[in-house]
Design a protein around this ligand. Structure first.
Ligand SMILES: Nc1nc2c(c(=O)[nH]1)N[C@H]1C(S)=C(S)[C@@H](COP(=O)(O)OP(=O)(O)OC[C@H]3O[C@@H](n4cnc5c(=O)[nH]c(N)nc54)[C@H](O)[C@@H]3O)O[C@H]1N2
Ligand SMILES: Nc1nc2c(c(=O)[nH]1)N[C@H]1C(S)=C(S)[C@@H](COP(=O)(O)OP(=O)(O)OC[C@H]3O[C@@H](n4cnc5c(=O)[nH]c(N)nc54)[C@H](O)[C@@H]3O)O[C@H]1N2
Ligand SMILES: [Mo]
Length: 764
């Protein structure tokens, strides 16, 4: 890697020719351009598969296909011709592979064969499915309590696989369901349930066609939800105001050329997305939103004093909410000094943002990880909800709350029962349908599971997808936790670092991806189902030939482990795995809103799961939308950093060339960084003040103050448009700095967007 070309030209607009060029390149690199291209035409189309890229909704009247550069990467990543065969494992020991990068491991291609770890040779060796299932069952059944096993889920698993998985685990006897959503949108679910009685967003895709203003807070859709840019672009073109809150100026939020718009592409044109761009400090959004509410209340006072109508939706507040007066008192008790210091925005900026809210009849607010991965995320999301309630912006067309989910089926997995705190109704329904007593005690989330693995109380770890070792905080401790297990099992499509920390008995079980044809014993191809961010549930059927004849579907693998472990007296696992319609028939009886499931997922675009709040029915204890009246956090990390010599607050985010822990390439085109991931974005004035310059190499040191040494070595400083005192760099390389002990209050989500750090020169 040459040392002086890593910062290059930033793209002038997201999408456009750069995106098309990148797509062609990805398809060619995948080694399967035809499979890839054919697959793309079927992504997010009624008779194709659900794109494994993100959870954004699909349009009602789609164009010939929903183009998306990062969808192309996700599809070609899976459709690659490369294979990680048993021969590969004969040539490389596990210790050697631990020294490889995330990128190099997944570059080896698709896993082809069930593998078992052989400690004597330190290698993974080919094994049979039967041996794997028998051994896994033997270890699970030898544990002295089912609560000693942890069952992780990553949000790509289909509804059918996830439903069978939770059924198996509950029959086995535990609710230990650490789930990727614990590290993702957990705070959204918790906060929304408290405020509006349902832990999901209230909008549909068509609401984006009707909104007068869309507030996009703490989210980078140009990279992580590119199809959302199309909806934002159409909204901007018809005059809706797009108001962005993001500490970093993200290219994808500024301008977008839609590769589906031939004229725009020919003219090299692009559409401005953000009409207003505010750059709060990290963790400053709750203060910013409170400031906007303060401005709204002031505008209301002024209107009433002038004999004009109230600017609040007083009828809605009266008929549908509780706690409004207490909230108003809390807002009035918060000074502008506190608000501006914590948000990092001026009073003028906040009042300007509030004026947009006030002149817009219908407002949508969307958010993602910039909001959910802080200590006070639950309070922040409740504050956003407060703000939206003031003018009745929930439960009518063109308005509402939209937490934009991450993994393509993370919302569905929760809906069908992957939940360490299961609702009583679900357990009762399982009991009725399958005739057993599910465990009633709450189980472990991600952080509790890690704690149990570290203190030895958990002894088995099974992962339905994902990359637990790299996605979680404090990477070094996680390595210890996983390798100390009696059993580790990873159901996966590609090799990753989690597989290289084997417990005493360890298996890698290779599965079909979503793009692949899944045939049953009669040769009939089966579909699975998924739920998107807008609660649309629809079918997904693969079209590519499986990467290896030995692969099994996630459903079949779960059924195999289950049959061997808990037997088939209560559940006919073999029948389920041979006919997913039978699983869906059970789901229809167990899950509310899933009636006629098999019929309704087969219509184009599927069906919508009814959202009570969207109909202004409030499932809260007060049976009303409930304001929260808490105070701002005492000191966010950026405020703490000010009192500490050389301290900064770091957020860990995604480059344009990665899918979580999967690294597609070394570039971050929209941010102008090429061929390098070990970078830290920093304000130029901070750089100068430290006596350093662009490209300097530094070690980043954690300042959590719990006595644990945390260092990320050899990172390069990149001057960037980011507030002073705030820095940013990529996940998962920086996860070594995220402390296990720092978690969201009420959500228990690692605080990946507010980590206290300092810099020192790196060694030679
Ligand atoms: N191509 C691609 N698509 C993906 C993924 C991927 O890795 N690659 N991951 C999927 C998953 S699982 C998820 S959860 C989503 C993630 O989607 P995002 O939430 O967009 O992901 P991040 O890259 O973490 O980006 C966080 C954004 O929030 C901003 N931010 C950080 N802290 C703050 C803050 O305190 N306040 C505000 N206002 N903004 C802040 C950052 O500057 C950044 O723009 O994307 C999903 N889709
Ligand atoms: N510091 C920091 N940490 C974070 C975050 C952050 O922003 N900053 N974000 C958090 C978030 S939002 C999330 S969602 C988590 C993600 O955590 P995970 O979901 O655990 O991680 P992924 O990187 O998505 O998992 C990638 C692996 O999944 C496997 N895989 C891919 N497709 C399939 C499939 O179809 N089936 C199966 N069985 N396996 C498959 C492949 O083997 C691949 O290596 O990370 C969290 N960690
Ligand atoms: Mo996520």
């Amino acid at each position: 890697m040459t040392s002086d070309i890593f910062i290059g030209k930033k793209s002038t607009a997201a999408g456009g020719w750069g995106a098309l060029k990148s797509c062609g390149k990805k398809l060619l690199e995948s080694g399967a351009p035809l499979t890839g291209a054919r697959a793309l035409l079927k992504a997010n189309q009624p008779d194709g598969f659900d794109c494994p890229g993100c959870a954004w909704g699909d349009p009602e009247h789609g164009s010939s296909f929903e183009f998306c550069e990062n969808g192309v990467k996700a599809v070609s990543w899976e459709a690659t011709d490369k294979r990680t065969t048993p021969d590969f494992f004969l040539t490389h020991t596990v210790s050697e592979l631990r020294g490889w990068s995330d990128y190099a491991l997944e570059q080896q291609g698709r896993l082809t064969t069930p593998l078992r770890y052989d400690a004597a040779s330190d290698r993974y060796l080919a094994t049979s499915w039967d041996e794997a299932f028998t051994e896994i069952a033997a270890v699970l059944n030898a544990l002295d309590s089912p609560d000693r096993a942890e069952f992780y889920t990553s949000g790509r698993a289909s509804n059918e696989a996830a439903f069978l998985y939770q059924l198996f685990v509950r029959l086995y006897g535990t609710n230990n369901f650490p789930d990727c959503s614990n590290m993702c949108h957990e705070a959204s679910g918790v906060a929304l349930r408290q405020s509006i009685g349902v832990g999901k967003g209230t909008v549909l895709l068509e609401d984006f066609e009707k909104a007068d203003a869309i507030f996009v807070i703490g989210q980078n859709p140009g990279t992580n939800h590119p199809r959302m840019l199309g909806d934002l672009r159409r909204a901007a073109q018809r005059g809706a105001e797009i108001v962005v809150f993001n500490p970093i100026r993200e290219k994808g939020l500024e301008r977008f050329s839609d590769p589906q718009d031939k004229l725009e592409m020919l003219r090299g044109g692009s559409t401005a997305i953000a009409t207003h761009y505010f750059q709060p400090r990290l963790g400053g959004d709750m203060a910013a939103v409170r400031g906007m509410s303060k401005a709204v209340f002031a505008a209301d006072d002024a209107a009433l004093a002038a004999g004009l109508p109230s600017v609040l939706d007083r009828h809605f507040l009266e008929a549908h909410t509780t706690g409004h007066a207490e909230y108003r008192a809390a807002v009035e008790a918060t000074s502008w000094e506190e608000i501006t210091d914590q948000s990092g925005l001026s009073r003028g900026e906040i009042e300007h943002a509030a004026s947009i809210y006030l002149r817009s009849k219908s407002v949508i607010c969307t958010w993602a990880m910039g909001i959910t991965q802080h200590r006070h995320s639950v309070d922040t999301i409740r504050e956003i909800t407060n703000f939206m309630l003031l003018r009745g912006n929930i439960g009518r067309p063109g308005a509402g709350l939209c937490p934009v989910r991450g993994h393509s089926n993370v919302q569905g997995d929760r809906t069908v029962g992957i939940n360490e705190k299961p609702p009583v109704d679900l357990l009762d329904a399982l009991e009725r349908e399958f005739g057993f007593s599910p465990p009633r005690k709450n189980g472990h989330n991600v952080l509790a599971a890690i704690g149990a693995m570290l203190d030895g109380s958990a002894q088995a770890f099974i992962a339905l997808g994902g990359n637990f070792a790299r996605a979680t905080p404090d990477s070094a401790l996680i390595a210890k936790a996983l390798s100390g297990q009696r059993l580790t099992v990873n159901v996966a499509t590609k090799l990753n670092h989690s597989h290289l920390l084997p417990g005493q008995t360890s298996f890698i079980l290779p599965c079909l991806g979503r793009t692949e044809i899944d045939r049953n014993s009669k040769g009939v191809s089966q579909i699975v189902t998924v739920e998107d961010s807008m609660s649309m549930v629809h079918g997904s059927g693969g079209i590519n030939k499986p990467a290896s004849p030995l692969l099994r579907s996630e459903v079949a693998i779960v059924a195999g482990i289950a049959a061997a472990t808990v037997g088939s007296a209560k559940v006919n696992w073999a029948a389920f795995s041979d006919d997913y319609d039978l699983i869906r028939d059970c789901m229809a009886r167990v899950l509310p809103g899933f009636e006629d499931y098999n019929t309704r997922v087969r219509v184009p675009r599927g069906f919508h799961l009814r959202n009570t709040a969207a109909h202004r029915e409030w499932n809260t204890p007060a049976k009303r939308a409930t304001f929260s009246a808490c105070s701002l956090p005492d000191a966010t990390e950026h405020q703490q950093a000010r009192g500490m010599e050389g301290a900064f607050v770091l957020q860990t985010f995604r480059s344009h060339d990665q899918y979580n822990t999967t690294i597609y390439g070394m570039d971050d085109r929209y941010r102008g960084v090429y061929g390098e991931r070990q970078v830290v974005f920093i304000n130029p004035a901070d750089l100068t003040e430290m006596g350093r310059k662009s490209g300097d190499r530094v070690d980043v040191i954690g300042l959590f103050g719990d006595g644990v040494d945390r260092v990320a070595r050899d990172f390069r400083l990149v001057p960037y448009d980011i507030p002073r005192g705030c820095v940013a760099g990529y996940y998962p390389e920086l996860n070594v700095l995220v402390p296990l002990g720092s978690a969201g209050e009420g959500s228990d989500t690692p605080t990946s967007k507010s980590v206290l750090v300092a810099f020192r020169s790196s060694g030679p």
